[in-house]
Design a protein around this ligand. Structure first.
Ligand SMILES: *Cc1c(COP(=O)(O)O)cnc(C)c1O
Length: 422
């Protein structure tokens, strides 16, 4: 069968909502999802055989594009030798070394299977280290579906307008304090009141789950200072930004070093991998060095590690500055085309990610992100897709560009924007 609509029907009978992650269902744009059969470089192909220029990139991981030959070869070589042993393997040292070398804030790193596991475990370490329970997070920042972090999360929670999440007991979020993103004064006020009870500040150093929202000047530095003066742990959730904003992540780009860093997405080269790491004194609290328990049957398996190692090896040689320039150029041209049509668009762009918010206001936090016009977005989304441009089905997501995108892709994308009618 090669019909996405029929496949979606079949899927819905056995998988809740027909999907294994909610936003994929495309509910908020009122459409059925496409089933993707394959990808190559900057392109993906639906089961129907239609080709799309992919700006979702599996929600961030595929920074090299799809099926990069060197990554694919590394995976083939690894899988031929067996896919998991639950024992140490050489590939996990290689990936850990590459990560530790790239990230100023990481002396040691532990591999897990998803970004969710990374943030969940980092919080545990921070709480054990400080002997405190409270955590400070920011409105519209998404850190995976960790109970304590689902309060006021962006991404799918924002897209589906789910106010909180049933099934998360009140007591698991009662230690979660939320302040607006980019609001250093609000964070400072919280610390003045209860700073000596706060185990950790966790944030996306560049927010990517309410659309792209860069940190304002002094925000990251100010949080670093707050954490230092109150003895709290600063956690950067770089699951999106790690190896994307720069090879060494947002912490390299902005020159602010956290105590713990969470990674995911890109480091798995398209396989389920997460990681968390940081200062040695924090990481050595984890079992078997210390008493903080955290484990994983498939963590560090040779196939996923090989994909990660091959990916980082290629990224280390890639020109991030050129990709950032290319991305800015595309985003600004798209914004211009839309503005010329009389559509209000506010653009946030950094590195190889951007979001065109259908709003006349600058977007600096979750409240301003929510002011975007959803009807305009839906019209834009549907017509772009129809013309072969695959973007995330939500105004609260990033448009991602990969090293595989080429001039012809950008030209076709601009022509598509030109043709959109509002
Ligand atoms: C995607 C994401 C996560 C969750 O990662 P999963 O692998 O989906 O569990 C956590 N934090 C951020 C910033 C993310 O973008």
């Amino acid at each position: 069968m090669h019909d996405s609509k029929e496949l979606f029907q079949k899927a819905r009978a056995v998988i809740p909502g027909g999907v294994n992650s909610p936003v994929r269902a495309c509910q908020s744009v009122g459409m059925d999802p496409l089933f993707i059969a394959k990808g190559k470089g900057s392109h993906i192909f639906s089961e129907e055989g239609n080709r799309y220029i992919d700006y979702v990139l599996s929600w961030g991981p595929m920074l090299l594009g799809h099926a990069h030959p060197e990554v694919t070869d590394a995976v083939h070589r690894a899988v031929d030798n067996g896919s998991s042993f639950g024992a140490p393997c050489v590939q996990e040292i290689e990936l850990a070394e590459a990560i530790v070398d790239a990230f100023p804030g990481m002396d040691m790193v532990r591999m897990v299977n998803s970004g969710t596991e990374a943030t969940m475990s980092a919080l545990r370490v921070a709480r054990a280290h400080t002997g405190r329970n409270k955590i400070l997070k920011f409105e519209g920042n998404y850190h995976g579906h960790v109970d304590a972090l689902l309060a006021s999360a962006g991404s799918g929670v924002a897209t589906l307008s789910i106010p909180g999440t049933p099934g998360v007991p009140e007591h698991t979020v009662q230690d979660t304090i939320i302040v607006p993103y980019n609001d250093l004064e609000a964070a400072r006020a919280v610390f003045e009141q209860q700073g000596d009870e706060i185990a950790a500040i966790i944030l996306e150093p560049v927010a990517g789950n309410m659309g792209l929202v860069p940190p304002q000047s002094g925000f990251l530095q100010g949080l670093r200072e707050l954490a230092d003066s109150y003895g709290s742990v600063l956690i950067f959730d770089e699951v999106i930004t790690g190896f994307r904003m720069d090879y060494g992540g947002a912490q390299t780009l902005f020159g602010v070093t956290p105590d713990l860093t969470c990674l995911g997405k890109i480091i798995g080269g398209g396989f389920p991998v997460g990681a968390y790491g940081g200062k040695k004194e924090l990481m050595e609290r984890i079992a078997p060095c210390g008493s903080v328990y955290q484990a994983g049957t498939l963590a560090g398996n040779p196939v996923a590690m090989a994909a990660g190692v091959a990916t980082l090896r290629l990224l280390a040689k890639s020109n991030y500055t050129a990709l950032a320039e290319q991305t800015r150029k595309l985003a600004e041209q798209m914004q211009q085309v839309l503005t010329d049509k009389g559509v209000p668009v506010s653009l946030n762009v950094l590195g190889s990610a951007f979001t065109l918010f259908f709003s006349s206001e600058a977007v600096t936090d979750f409240a301003s992100a929510q002011k975007q016009d959803q009807d305009l977005f839906r019209a834009y989304y549907a017509q772009m897709l129809e013309q072969g441009i695959y973007i995330a089905p939500s105004g609260f997501e990033c448009t991602f560009v990969s090293f595989a995108h080429e001039k012809a892709d950008f030209e076709q994308t601009l022509e598509a924007v030109q043709a959109v009618k509002f």
